[in-house]
Design a binder for this molecule. Structure first.
Ligand SMILES: Nc1ncnc2c1ncn2[C@@H]1O[C@H](COP(=O)(O)OP(=O)(O)OP(=O)(O)O)[C@@H](O)[C@H]1O
Ligand SMILES: [Mg+2]
Length: 298
């Protein structure tokens, strides 16, 4: 049994409001697809025409080369952009900092989260938030974890846990986006299982040095964040990286944009808050590129 708080973001101002009516995440992870279950209820027939319903879920692991690279902001804006393109998206925060929820105005002090469920051996499907039709968030559950004394399941099994959970999610969502801790050492199996493994890197000298030290796996792609074309150093590094890491670089990068800061202050993804700003457009480009990859693979 769970006490599910469900959040809806206003289309005009992005403010969140609690409401009930749309099925919680648990309804999606059963044997049946949510759209079939809910077609006579709150969800419209439009959702039944979900294009990717029978295709495999596409999972993407995002992690930062170092802390503060912009991973969580990227997951929030790309999730929002994919959703705006008509895709059904589940965002999962596997970073114990549990910050992704803040981008969607989900109470930071709230106890909900998959890690809490794993630790208590309760269904993690009950811990999710329906942000909008076809858009879900599964927080980590940092505060819930802190509130319990003994773990029924050790959290060092989280990597296997998510690889297995991904298999169960097959066909239930178009996309599952994971927000991983920085550094790349956590969740090696999940990263290898994901359709795409994306390292988020900001364009600065510190990241340049870290990149030189980092052994980049053949399948890892680099997403450049916080690119500022007005700074000569940024342009120089970009040139250098194009030369060095050509095979790994994603064709889209995200500009440094004050809107990203502002959006977090408003607890709303930037693509929704400021849809015309540079970072929102970049996120849309990245989402479009992801869709193209998906089509090419199917
Ligand atoms: N493209 C950008 N333009 C401007 N600010 C950005 C950009 N991307 C991220 N930021 C800002 O940088 C800060 C860190 O971003 P974020 O929390 O997404 O990083 P992170 O990699 O998830 O950090 P952590 O490693 O702690 O999880 C935030 O204040 C965010 O608003
Ligand atoms: Mg983060």
């Amino acid at each position: 049994m769970f006490a599910q708080c469900v959040i809806r973001l206003c289309g005009c101002c992005g403010r969140a409001s609690a409401f009930s009516g749309i099925a919680p995440l648990a309804a999606v992870i059963g044997n049946q697809c949510l759209v079939e279950r809910a077609s006579v209820g709150t969800l419209s027939r439009r959702t039944v025409g979900w294009q990717c319903r029978n295709s495999k879920v596409k999972s993407v692991s995002f992690w930062g080369l170092r802390g503060g690279s912009g991973t969580t902001s990227t997951v929030a804006m790309v999730g929002e952009a994919l959703h705006a393109l008509g895709e059904s998206v589940l965002m999962v925060d596997v970073n114990p900092s549990d910050v992704l929820r803040l981008h969607f105005n989900v109470d930071y002090g709230g106890q909900n989260g998959w890690a809490l469920a794993l630790a208590q051996a309760t269904p993690w499907q009950d811990e999710g938030f329906v942000l909008e039709e076809n858009m879900w968030l599964l927080p980590y559950g940092r505060h819930g974890l802190n509130s319990i004394e003994a773990l029924a399941t050790p959290l060092d099994q989280s990597d296997e846990f998510w690889c297995e959970a991904l298999r169960r999610l097959d066909g239930q969502f178009s996309w599952v986006l994971f927000d991983l801790p920085a550094g790349g050492s956590a969740y090696p199996k999940l990263r290898a299982t994901s359709g795409l493994d994306i390292m988020v890197t900001s364009v600065d000298t510190g990241c340049h040095i870290l990149l030189l030290q980092h052994e980049i796996a053949a399948t890892t792609r680099i997403l450049i964040n916080a690119y500022d074309p007005s700074r000569a150093l940024c342009n120089d590094l970009l040139l250098e990286w194009r030369h060095r890491y050509q095979a790994h670089l994603l064709p889209v990068y995200i500009h440094r944009d004050e809107g990203v800061h502002e959006a977090l202050a408003q607890k709303t993804p930037v693509s929704r808050c400021y849809p015309d700003c540079a970072a929102s457009r970049d996120a849309l480009s990245l989402a479009t590129w992801l869709l193209a990859q998906k089509k090419a693979a199917s």
